[in-house]
Structure formats: C-alpha cells, structure tokens
Design a protein around this ligand. Structure first.
Ligand code: SF4
Ligand code: MG
Length: 320
C-alpha cells in the first residue's frame, strides 16, 4: 500500500477575541493533535457529531485553513506551509465536494461556466477542448448535454451535487475531500450520489476522505474509518473491525444508534448523557470523560493517546 496523505500531529486552533480591545483571549481547539494516513485509492471515512472538527480537518488538509501545528505530507511532499505558485500547483491534486449543493454553486454562472472554470484557471486549453472536456464530465456524472447552458437553480439537489462533483473532477485530482456530500439530500437520492462517487473512484483511481456525522453512511463507502470527538481522533480501524468490535466507548455509542433491521443482531442502545463540551474549554484528561459510561477517576487526569491494540485498529482509551 502506498500512502497518499500523511497527517502528523495536526492542530488547528481558532483565536477567540474578547473585550472591547478585541484581544485574543483564548483558543478554540477545533483540531487538537490528530495523526492518520490515507493510502492511494482508498476511502477513509471520518465520523463524529457536528462541531467535532471533521470539516476543519478537511479544510486544513486542503490548506483553506492555516494549520496551527503539525504536518501535512502529500505524496511525500510537505505541503504544510507552502504558498504562492507551489500551493496553487499542489491544489490541482486535491478538491473538495461540499455539503450544501445549493450554496456551493455560483448562481450567476451557467453549469458550463462552473465546470470549465478550473480548466480555464489551470490548463492552457483551447475553447473547444474545454467544451469537449466539460461535455465529457457532464456525461460521466450522469447529467444530460443540455445541462451545459442551464443554471444551478434549474436543478434538483441531487443534480446540483453532480455538478459540484463534475467541477471537482475537472482537474483530475488525486484526492477528493467530500464533506457530508449527501446530508443535505433527500434519502431517496443519497444512495445514487454515493454510488456515483464509488463508480468515479474506480474510473479515475481517486482517493477519498469522506466526512459524515453518521456511521451508517460511511459504512458503505469506507475502507477504514476514523472517529473524532472534540477535535481528537479517538479510534481508527478498518471498516470490518470497527463495526464488528468497536473499542472506544464513544464509537460503541455511535454504533448502537444505527438502526439494525435484524432483531437478533440488535444491541442495546447506549444513550450518552450531556452535551459535547465546548472546544474552547475542553475537559482535562480524556476529552470524552464527562459523558463516558465507563469513565474511571484517572480518566479526568491523563489524556489517553491513540494506540494500536490489534493490527490496524487504534484506540485512545485507558481501558486498552
Ligand atoms: Fe471513557 Fe476513560 Fe476510555 Fe475516556 S479513557 S473513553 S473516559 S474509559
Ligand atoms: Mg461540518
């Protein structure tokens, strides 16, 4: 297996301003020291409740946000602090598909303009070649040729997400970060868009970081899954291993919430008490200790580090 993306001890903090002088009075630790790798051609699912740092992780990797600490290594090259033309060049290799297909398309541009924009910005191609390429992309994502002259508002949510995907594909990227790409869509069209993403992955040899708040969506998409809680990666494992034997009490709670049609396989639902604490003032020790049904006294004192407890299965919890 060849590593495409190597994230090392990544931290992304946002300053919090306060008082009438608007001084920095603290930090929101949106991403607080996470490490993982993604292999070429695989899909890594990243799951957790809203506000746990998943989107911030994705945006930091794309260098849309500035990392506070740590390293982002893409194809063996450190891209953590590159800027200018080097960053511009690197950006061709990674693209994002956004959550909200209604907000992410420019309403003043036709679909043809939207999809051809990255080609115009990055490639020296003739007008005709660009148009041919856009028509090809439209058909690959399952849109009719007439879509070329239409505007985003003329399409349904699922079709708009197809337009967003065509645009993301235009530069033949190596990595696509899909940030909850189907959570704004009707359940009936969700699986169509997920299937399309899978087909395109095979066809274009894409690698995905697939962000979702729901473990049932990533299950069908991911080779491996990482679970985030309050800016921390608390467990990461292969798909099979994670669902068959979730180790972290938080992952166990998330999995127990997935509806199971087979009553024989149904497990007791674990209801978590309380809310996710503020990332501006995270709990000491294990970030999950204020809600963990298994918490012991020392959990509030020592922060557990992510450890490999079975081949390929890592967890951050003192129980292991
Ligand atoms: Fe729960 Fe303690 Fe494990 Fe944290 S370290 S998940 S509080 S048992
Ligand atoms: Mg988000």
């Amino acid at each position: 297996k060849e590593v495409l993306l190597d994230i090392q001890n990544l931290k992304t903090y946002y300053p919090v301003k306060g008082g009438f002088l608007k001084r920095t009075v603290g930090n929101v630790k949106a991403v607080d020291d996470i490490s993982f790798t993604i292999n070429k051609g695989e899909t890594l699912g990243l799951v957790g409740e809203s506000g746990c740092g998943k989107s911030t992780t994705g945006r930091t990797i794309l260098r849309l946000l500035k990392p506070t600490e740590g390293k982002i290594i893409f194809e063996g090259k450190d891209i953590t602090t590159i800027s200018g033309t080097r960053l511009r060049k690197a950006r061709q290799d990674f693209q994002m598909v956004f959550q909200d297909p209604y907000a992410s398309l420019n309403p003043t541009q036709s679909v043809g303009e939207i999809i051809s924009e990255p080609l115009k910005n990055y490639k020296s191609m003739s007008k005709k070649d660009i148009k041919d390429e856009v028509m090809d992309l439209l058909s690959r994502v399952g849109l009719p040729p007439e879509a070329y002259h239409k505007y985003g508002h003329e399409f349904s949510g699922g079709q708009r997400q197809r337009i967003g995907i065509a645009r993301a594909l235009a530069l033949k990227p190596k990595l696509i970060i899909a940030d909850e790409p189907v959570s704004a869509l009707d359940v009936s069209v969700q699986s169509q868009v997920l299937n399309l993403l899978k087909e395109l992955q095979d066809e274009f040899k894409l690698t995905y970081l697939f962000i979702a708040h729901d473990l049932s969506v990533v299950k069908h998409m991911s080779d491996r899954i990482g679970v985030m809680y309050l800016g921390n990666l608390v467990e990461i494992a292969t798909n099979d291993s994670l669902y068959a034997e979730p180790l972290h009490p938080y992952t166990q709670a998330l999995i127990s919430a997935i509806p199971e049609p087979n009553p024989k396989k149904r497990k007791k639902r674990i209801i978590l008490q309380g809310d996710v604490p503020s990332p501006q003032n995270p709990p000491s020790g294990c970030p999950f200790h204020t809600r963990c049904p298994m918490a012991k006294e020392e959990c509030s004192k020592v922060k557990p580090i992510l450890k490999e407890v079975k081949p390929g299965h890592h967890v951050a919890c003192i129980l292991y």
